[in-house]
Design a protein around this ligand. Structure first.
Ligand code: AHR
Length: 492
């Protein structure tokens, strides 16, 4: 057992943790949309206009704040007009990025917007820059948001939607440095500015425009974007979006549930690089934008393993273990600590793809360990991040991975502390001095299991949170964390 001193100053609020940091991503990839989210109106699986009821319920439970769609790489070959109107007449296409399967466009703009309404989350539209046109994007915005008389608003009404939707977030291109067009940052910055010029604010809807940001540690991408994103004295983008997947070796990814101790620590060490990435990209942004007008999003993050044996390699279906839960906790704590510049993050992806929240098989649905972490952390949404110092040691000799990961926030008189013990062998005892406000009650929810444990359709609740004990006396919180555990502590 190792003892750790911690200090939280509940009065030292340094940034609001935007709800969108707890955001998600749904791409037309594998079984994310079809079968995962959308089963069609004729399905025996309970649904609302084809959208699975169990999925809606699960997303609502974690207060999902924002959902990104339709890609990913898919976004840059998506033509929105193919996904509106009578389903039988919708154009079919090949999903060239993901398995070459047929895409029948039965899930399109109306279905996605209804999904967001049912969840109660903001839609985040990823627009096609790679193979689309400026006019196509301009008309999509008009179709979704214009309330008056116009060709696109009329078309929307013909398709059964009288009132416009509210669309706050629009991403202009995805991975422009890769699948989105293989562009140089100098070239993309100009393309971005051209496309965004025609994304208009209609009928009281104000767009928040997101430019493609760097891949991992591509500092030059961030530098070049920040040099070029000013237009007429104003910033042409509200955010740039970083992508970073926790993959130690792309040639040997391994299976989600098959790993040894060294693999576990190597993966979490890679996850922890997110801290350095956010620090250094923020430093670059600070030089050009000290006022913090342009946010840093992380609109794709997560683990990426080999696909489960026997599944389509293009579908990116992987299991999700307690290791992924610790990974998620580590990442979310890092995002919370960077809340001054980081205003959105989107886990890849919501259902049946990569580090999924939910896995489905026919009518069955399970919540993954990662899902439970989002549930445990949800009280941070909209809270104020507060100073939280943790004494630390490496989780394992010779690794750049602290054993304890933590962050704290306050909201409506409640303090939320989330902590993970990354060690596989050592228990931790946290002694946390709480300064500032006085709290009198404490409750804890704990997620812990063997790192390899996962939920499957025969054992849907093998990894599930449970109440845990802690003591609070005279402003001193004492809490034991077993190895490989994630806790959410609520002080009132
Ligand atoms: O999330 C899977 C893919 O990863 C996305 O389509 C792409 O943007 C990224 O490379």
């Amino acid at each position: 057992m190792r003892r750790f001193q911690m200090l939280i100053n509940a009065d030292d609020r340094y940034a609001q943790i935007r709800r969108e940091i707890y955001g998600h991503f749904s791409e037309h990839l594998g079984r994310c949309i079809y079968q995962g989210i959308y089963v069609g109106e004729d399905s025996p699986i309970p649904n609302i206009h084809g959208i699975r009821c169990d999925v809606i319920e699960a997303f609502r439970q974690i207060n999902m704040p924002v959902l990104r769609w339709p890609g990913g790489c898919f976004a840059d070959e998506y033509h929105w007009r193919d996904g509106i109107g009578a389903k039988s007449a919708r154009k079919k296409m090949v999903n060239t990025n993901w398995g070459g399967v047929l895409e029948d466009n039965s899930f399109g703009t109306h279905e996605f917007m209804e999904l967001c309404e049912l969840i109660g989350c903001e839609p985040y539209i990823a627009a096609n820059v790679g193979s689309g046109t400026v006019q196509e994007l301009a008309e999509w915005i008009e179709y979704m948001t214009f309330d008056g008389v116009s060709p696109m608003a009329e078309l929307r009404r013909e398709n059964g939607r009288e009132k416009p939707w509210r669309v706050r977030y629009v991403g202009i291109g995805n991975e422009a440095w890769g699948c989105g067009g293989n562009m140089r940052p100098e070239y993309y910055a100009d393309v971005y500015k051209r496309y965004q010029s025609f994304c208009k604010n209609y009928s009281g809807n104000t767009l928040y425009k997101v430019a493609c940001g760097p891949s991992g540690d591509d500092w030059n991408w961030t530098e070049t974007m920040m040099q070029n994103l000013r237009s007429g004295g104003n910033w042409a983008a509200d955010a740039i979006a970083l992508h970073f997947y926790a993959v130690p070796d792309w040639n040997h990814k391994g299976l989600a549930a098959e790993f040894d101790e060294a693999d576990y620590y190597t993966l979490l060490g890679t996850v922890n690089r997110m801290d350095e990435l956010l620090t250094r990209h923020t430093e670059i942004m600070n030089r050009y934008d000290p006022e913090g007008r342009v946010a840093l999003f992380v609109d794709e993050w997560g683990t990426w393993y080999d696909v489960e044996p026997g599944t389509n390699p293009g579908f990116l279906y992987q299991q999700n273990t307690m290791r992924d839960a610790v990974m998620a906790a580590l990442s979310l704590n890092i995002f919370n600590r960077h809340a001054k510049r980081v205003k959105m993050a989107n886990l890849a992806q919501a259902v049946n793809v990569l580090q999924a929240l939910l896995l489905t098989e026919g009518e069955q649905l399970i919540k993954t360990p990662t899902y439970h972490v989002f549930d445990l952390f949800k009280e941070h949404q909209g809270g104020d991040a507060v100073y939280c110092f943790t004494q630390n040691v490496p989780a394992c000799d010779g690794r750049q991975l602290p054993m304890i990961s933590a962050s704290a926030s306050v909201k409506d008189g409640t303090l939320t502390l989330t902590a993970a013990n990354c060690s596989l062998s050592e228990e931790a005892e946290l002694h946390c001095r709480i300064c500032g406000s006085a709290y009198t009650s404490v409750s804890v929810q704990l997620l812990t299991e063997d790192a390899h444990a996962y939920n499957d359709f025969a054992h849907p609740d093998r990894v599930t949170p449970a109440a845990h004990s802690a003591a609070l006396e005279n402003g001193m919180l004492t809490l034991k964390l077993p190895p490989c555990a994630v806790a959410a502590v609520t002080l009132r």
